[in-house]
Design a protein around this ligand. Structure first.
Ligand code: HEM
Length: 269
């Protein structure tokens, strides 16, 4: 029997996106002023706007809304979020403390929905896929160079999770007929154009599938202004089920598009 016990169970890191929208007439800027930055400094979180080389795995990012598009899943907290705060750390406690404290500060004046997950080793990536899909990917750049941020959570259907991991694995590679003719590109090849242009990061739910009301995967992308059409082109390629049959099993959340900013003050300017 093919068992899910073979899947990677190690946790390499933790992360969360706090989706914030005003409630009432309270002053959101003042509610978090200085205190969110002090909290980030105390937890030793580096601002991703200036990521350093290599980028820190203990970090915070501030994102200001540009627009958002509906997905298959109704999620007004993300769709209407005016600001998104990202926090990441190898330390589970640091992410928990940041989310708890930032939510407590903002909750009198804002609605805060937390989308969180964990980083695990990749399941479907051997050495060659790693060299192809990850070794040449763009690393995180300063906010001025790649100002666009896209938060794109999704879940997969019960039919997906009923498949064993070996069958799920096949959806990430091209498929060929008996004559060696490619019949579909699969996830990785369909999305290939994005590798050198899109920074990508995916948090997984602690359990797969995720509990009701949460996403199986919370993916996030960054790119330059010139590469925004490339992000949409890659999404369109993944959605084309002739090219990528995996997407038959995907239920998309909203796609939230924001701009990376350097400071709490700039978030509201
Ligand atoms: C930019 C080009 C992209 C490339 C080259 C790429 C490649 C890959 C690869 C190789 C995997 C398998 C990772 C593993 O071994 O576990 C993967 C997983 C995944 N990708 Fe992409 N991807 C790209 C863009 C995207 C986009 C735009 C989305 C949209 C949200 C996305 C969502 C995901 C998700 C959710 C997973 C985990 C799927 C699962 O474990 O079932 N990817 N990607």
């Amino acid at each position: 029997m093919i068992s899910n016990e073979s899947l990677a169970s190690e946790i390499l890191g933790h992360g969360a996106y706090l989706c914030v929208r005003r409630s009432g007439n309270g002053d959101v800027r003042r509610a978090g002023a200085a205190r969110i930055s002090t909290l980030a400094a105390r937890l030793q979180l580096r601002n991703e706007f200036d990521p350093g080389t290599p980028p820190s795995r203990d970090s915070i990012a501030l994102l200001r809304r540009r627009d958002a598009t509906k997905g298959d899943v109704t999620d007004d907290d993300l769709l209407q979020a005016e600001w998104v705060i990202h926090v990441a750390s190898k330390r589970e406690g640091a992410v928990g403390e940041f989310c708890g404290e930032a939510s407590r500060l903002l909750e009198p004046v804002a609605r805060v929905r937390v989308l969180s997950g964990v980083v695990r080793p990749k399941n479907y990536t051997g050495a060659a896929m790693n060299n192809w899909a990850y070794a040449n990917q763009v690393t995180q750049q300063p906010g001025g160079a790649m100002p666009n941020a896209f938060l794109f959570p999704l879940s997969k259907t019960a039919d997906w999770w009923r498949k064993d991991w070996m069958e799920r694995h096949t959806y990430f590679l091209p498929r060929y007929d008996d004559h060696g003719q490619m019949t579909s590109e699969g996830h990785a090849l369909a999305a290939a154009a994005g590798i050198p242009h899109l920074l990508r990061r995916t948090y997984k739910s602690l359990t797969e599938p995720a509990p009701v009301g949460q996403y199986d995967f919370v993916s996030y992308f960054e790119c330059s202004d010139a590469d925004v059409p490339m992000f949409h082109q890659v999404c369109a390629a993944l959605r084309d089920v002739k090219r990528n049959p995996e997407w038959r099993f995907v239920r998309e959340g909203p796609i939230w598009h924001g701009r990376r900013v350097a400071s709490w003050e700039e978030l509201f300017s």
